[in-house]
Design a protein around this ligand. Structure first.
Ligand SMILES: [Fe+2]
Ligand SMILES: [Fe+2]
Length: 319
């Protein structure tokens, strides 16, 4: 009998099979033709001991209680390396799990941006996204589809990392350490917004002068928050993702090649994702409409060559 909560969350048994570990939450099932959940696997069981039962899938659908959701989230996050390598789990399921974990981690980073533990979780999930993309570039399509519905800050951060990784891998290739640092910069690019009040961040309608001045501080605040924890490459992406080729960006008003290639890529990914998702003050544009706006109404914002690369990337990856 379930006493923790009436509300149950369905889980995927394949995820559990990826690793031999002790679970710290109960798992329930519902027998055929019954709506009453029964306890199938008690907390403190080692998955290794029940692998055969789980693999047969004769147990019916699996559930956890809402109270156990956080424990399940942690379990999944710690199992991600094995799940990504597991060839029995379909790519769309892996992508969905990576996307969910990534959003949760970014939420935690925004809640407590000084936590070294959350930042190291952000580094791990960035590596997971890169691993998934290296395993199959189709995962980019899956990851972006999952994040395309609404403009939640956390989803946006994940999307910018996915676009950034995809474009970086297409044009830069080579240095994997730089790719990891760059991708971390993308996923953390807006972390400075954690210091801005919701009434400005989620304002419906246009920001006034003072409000916009506050928003403009977020790249610098992000740099300040992450300075002790991340590399120069990561910090460069965080602080320079609002610079423009024509020198009219912020916070430093850098021009042309004063802006690094990494920051140029992140800027394009950032603007495109913002335009193609729902925001508090504007609806989502279709890809072609976003690209047309970027080309015709944002002249001088982006480097032409990188913008063309991005269009090629979108065409090639079906993103
Ligand atoms: Fe930003
Ligand atoms: Fe952004």
């Amino acid at each position: 009998m379930i006493t923790e909560s009436r509300k149950l969350i369905r889980i995927v048994s394949d995820y559990l099979l990826a690793e031999d570990r002790i679970i710290d939450f109960n798992i329930y099932t519902k027998p055929p033709k019954s709506n009453k959940p029964i306890l199938l696997i008690a907390a403190n069981t080692n998955i290794a001991d029940i692998k055969e039962t789980l693999a047969k899938k004769s147990h019916g659908p699996l559930f956890i209680t809402q109270e156990s959701a956080k424990k399940f989230e942690n379990f999944m996050e710690e199992s991600l390396d094995s799940i990504i390598k597991n060839r029995n789990i379909p790519l769309d399921q892996k992508s969905s799990l990576v996307h969910t974990c990534a959003k949760n981690i970014i939420r935690d980073v925004f809640d407590d941006p000084r936590s070294g533990r959350h930042i190291s979780r952000a580094k791990n999930i960035t590596s997971n996204i890169i691993d998934l993309t290296l395993e199959d570039t189709q995962s980019i399509r899956h990851l972006l589809r999952l994040g395309s519905k609404d403009y939640y800050t956390f989803s946006h951060c994940v999307n910018v990392a996915v676009f950034g990784i995809g474009l970086w891998m297409m044009i830069r290739k080579g240095d994997e350490t730089e790719l990891h640092d760059f991708a971390l910069g993308c996923i953390l690019h807006d972390v400075g917004k954690s210091q801005i009040v919701d009434s400005i961040l989620n304002k419906q309608g246009k920001l006034d002068y003072e409000e916009f001045e506050i928003i403009k501080k977020h790249p610098g605040q992000g740099h300040w928050l992450m300075a002790k924890h991340t590399s120069e490459i990561t910090l460069d992406v965080i602080i320079h993702h609002h610079e423009k080729i024509n020198g009219q960006g912020y916070p430093h008003g850098l021009k042309g090649d004063q802006i690094s290639d990494n920051a140029k890529i992140a800027t394009i990914a950032d603007v495109y994702d913002a335009l193609t998702t729902n925001r508090p003050y504007a609806g989502a544009r279709l890809p072609i409409s976003a690209l047309t706006l970027m080309k015709e109404e944002m002249v001088g914002h982006f480097e032409q060559k990188r913008f063309e690369d991005f269009i090629l990337f979108l065409g090639g990856r079906g993103a």
